[in-house]
Design a binder for this molecule. Structure first.
Ligand code: AQP
Length: 331
């Protein structure tokens, strides 16, 4: 029997951080044997915030390398750039006409980013969730592994699919979210009340990037905001400690009880050293693989070429069906 389909993606707005890795990529790696998977570099999404062209191009390429370095098999999975598959944009336009302003107005990411980038509240930022719906529905996706912050967008994708199917019959598979219990919302180290984010440039110690030097990672964790009572407990009342334990559990696979037992009676200094060791060990393996891959230009170019062809082929099947259903003239 054919395997079910997973689609997910990441913006090349900068290099991925520990939240992107633990909340999304690590689950992709876990599920790649069980599903037919597409992992996209969603460069079109990243234009919703102003990008430096040369940096965007480099980050996009590096993201492909990092997907593979994190353990995604580029032969079994389809890894590609969103902008190389024009069907994303075409379907997004069509779905715009089946999405209501009121729905997009309710999106918390739009509200947050409008505040953060108040000089550039562009239409793309507003309709980001429609492009995301197009990404997912284009491939008849069953499951979308994302972090908690994308749950609302995914619910909207489902609503759009159901609405469209109600008018035209069974055109789209209605996708399900895949959001893990642990690691789906890694918080900032300097402000553990807000999620760790790529575009958060206010405090450089807030975010651990996958290509950060190990010493820098350890130093960021050492500076992570905790509290003054020196007691290690996994509770929402201690967001800094909880976040560090979440990071630890997602990396090691240990449970809350196991982690609390291990850290019981320990001072914050030693606790942070153990967290840093776990993070550095995990990230160093990725960095080694990334360095190796970055020396092999032809290999990566061929991967991108092959995968783009596969993605274009699959996307055109759904897009052609949609065009026929809505009444566009046949070619
Ligand atoms: N802090 C996080 N914890 C867990 N998962 C996270 N994700 C993002 N932040 C966290 C998940 O990573 C995937 C890719 O995210 P994205 O690149 O599409 O953009 P985003 O969700 O907007 O993430 P960022 O880092 O905050 O990027 P910017 O600052 O550019 O907007 C998604 O599955 C997301 O849920």
């Amino acid at each position: 029997m054919d395997k079910k389909i997973i689609f997910s993606g990441m913006q090349p707005t900068s290099l991925p951080h520990l939240g992107n890795y633990l909340g999304a990529i690590k689950n992709w790696v876990k599920e790649q044997e069980n599903y037919n998977c597409l992992f996209c570099v969603v460069d079109m999404h990243s234009l919703t915030v102003r990008q430096e062209p040369a940096v965007l191009r480099k980050n996009s390429r590096d993201l492909v390398l990092l997907y593979i370095a994190c353990g995604l098999d580029p032969v079994k999975n389809i890894i590609y750039y969103q902008s190389h598959v024009p069907a994303h944009a075409e379907l997004a336009w069509i779905l715009n006409c089946y999405t209501y302003m009121g729905e997009l107005n309710r999106m918390t990411q739009f509200k947050d980013k409008s505040q953060k980038f108040e000089n550039n509240i562009n239409v793309g930022l507003f309709e980001y969730p429609v492009l995301m719906a197009a990404d997912i529905l284009l491939f008849q996706t069953d499951l979308v592994p994302v972090g908690e912050d994308q749950r609302q967008h995914l619910e909207l994708s489902r609503d759009i699919a159901i609405r469209f199917n109600n008018i035209y019959g069974d055109v789209f598979k209605v996708p399900e979210p895949y959001i893990s219990q642990v690691g789906s919302k890694i918080m900032g180290l300097a402000d553990p009340t807000k999620k760790m984010s790529k575009s958060d440039t206010d405090n450089e110690n807030n975010t651990i990037f996958l290509l950060d030097d190990p010493k820098r990672i350890a130093s960021k964790i050492k500076r992570a905001v905790t509290d003054s009572d020196n007691e290690i407990r996994y509770t929402a009342e201690k967001p800094g400690i909880k976040n560090l334990i979440d990071i630890y559990m997602t990396i090691t696979g240990k449970s809350v009880a196991e982690a609390e037992k291990e850290f019981s009676g320990m001072g914050y200094g030693t606790f942070k050293e153990i967290i840093a060791e776990a993070v550095v060990e995990e990230v160093s393996k990725i960095q080694e693989k990334y360095l190796e891959l970055s020396k092999n230009k032809d290999y990566i170019d061929n991967i991108i070429k092959d995968n783009t062809e596969k993605a274009n082929y699959l996307a055109s099947k759904t897009l052609n069906k949609v065009k026929k259903k809505i009444g566009f003239a046949a070619k």
